[in-house]
Design a protein around this ligand. Structure first.
Ligand code: RAM
Length: 359
């Protein structure tokens, strides 16, 4: 008998409890990720092996997304899966390469990755796919490099985000005045798509002609860097009326700076983030409203897509359909994307308490 024991840190195979518990508990997800499991390769041969590589560890957004993987695995039988949640500490363009390579060594069936770059991973993706591993981009796509992945799970229709974010800030500042965008990393495919859509919206929609974008700065999906960039903007532009912060790490960090500077209500802050991280700032008036979708849905759908391939002969190509139990049927679009939802959702005082217990 082969005694080839794999020790995998940051593995998450502990499924304890049902759907509501997983979706409701970020702490449970975090605890599960710290479990070190030993599994023999013989046992692994029987299991469906899924690796989820987030942009960076310690980002609560991806921990929320990961709970969706747990939930589907729990429904389909945890003994059927080996699920590995692992990735880099920081979200630089090329530092996920080693984690894709680990998934290849682990003979994964599918890799789900929130890529930190549009191009840096292409040859590693090719290597994985050459070995029969499915490569799924999750939470975004890799524009221009679509030929290097099997499909992309999108949280919403990205074409809607630029307009939705500008409209949200516009409403809050009365469609007039200076503002800045605080993004995540300079190479982030999703962030760059949204920022360019926001710029297009400002240029083309006369409704926003009195809104002036001062600059785009980058908080790297790190709370400290986001806070210091926000402080720099506040002192550089005393007339600034607001900031759009489309990152789950950046938005609460910026709200904290604004609150501590005594500027809550005077400077309008909006963007994309988790309701659980934003509740205090919505309730105290630092943030009037922000948007998001449902991150756990993406992981949930991903597991069902892999299951459909293993058990039902599904092949990920445009037009192919699969069913993700409680979410219903999905079809891969002609561009290889699968839309989890169409539009982002607004969170404000009216619903923040309800959603902040979910994710
Ligand atoms: C961040 C990431 C991610 C984005 C969410 C809202 O942490 O940059 O890409 O979708 O927040």
């Amino acid at each position: 008998m082969r005694k080839n024991i794999l020790v995998i840190a940051l593995i998450a195979v502990v499924i304890a409890g049902g759907l509501a518990v997983f979706w409701a508990s970020g702490d449970k997800a975090r605890d599960a990720q710290l479990i070190v499991e030993e599994t023999s390769t013989e046992e692994n041969d029987e299991k469906i092996i899924i690796h989820f590589i987030p942009k960076n560890l310690g980002n609560p957004y991806y921990e929320a997304l990961s709970t969706g993987f747990y939930d589907a695995i729990s429904e389909l039988g945890e003994d059927n899966f080996k699920y590995v949640y692992t990735g880099p500490q920081t979200a630089e363009a090329d530092n996920q390469v080693e984690f894709v390579k680990k998934a290849i060594q682990d003979k994964a069936d599918a890799i789900f990755i929130a890529a930190n770059s549009n191009t840096a991973l292409n040859s590693t993706f090719d290597e994985a796919r050459g070995k029969g591993i499915r490569v799924y981009i999750i939470n975004q796509d890799i524009p221009g490099s679509e030929a290097h992945r099997d499909a992309a799970i999108m949280p919403v229709n990205f074409d809607k985000i630029g307009g939705a974010q500008i409209e949200l800030l516009g409403e809050q500042i009365g469609y007039e005045g200076q503002f800045a965008i605080l993004s995540a990393t300079v190479d982030a495919p999703d962030q760059n798509t949204w920022v360019s859509l926001m710029k297009e919206e400002l240029k083309n929609n006369p409704k926003y002609q009195k809104m002036e974008l001062l600059e785009v700065v980058y908080g790297d999906d790190q709370a400290e860097k986001s806070a210091s960039e926000a402080k720099a903007l506040l002192s550089k532009y005393p007339e600034m009326k607001g900031m759009v912060v489309p990152t789950a790490v950046g938005l609460p960090a910026v709200c904290k700076v604004v609150r501590e500077s005594g500027l809550s209500g005077r400077i309008k802050i909006t963007g994309l983030a988790l309701p659980s991280e934003m509740a205090e700032f919505v309730l105290d008036g630092t943030c009037e409203g922000f948007q998001l979708w449902n991150p756990p849905y993406e992981g949930y759908m991903g597991v069902y897509m892999v299951w459909a391939e293993k058990k039902e002969g599904f092949v990920p190509r445009p037009g192919a359909k699969f069913t993700a139990r409680k979410l219903g049927e999905y079809t891969i679009q002609p561009n290889g994307q699968i839309l989890t939802l169409e539009d982002p959702m607004l969170y404000d005082k009216s619903n923040i308490e309800r959603y902040s217990v979910l994710f």
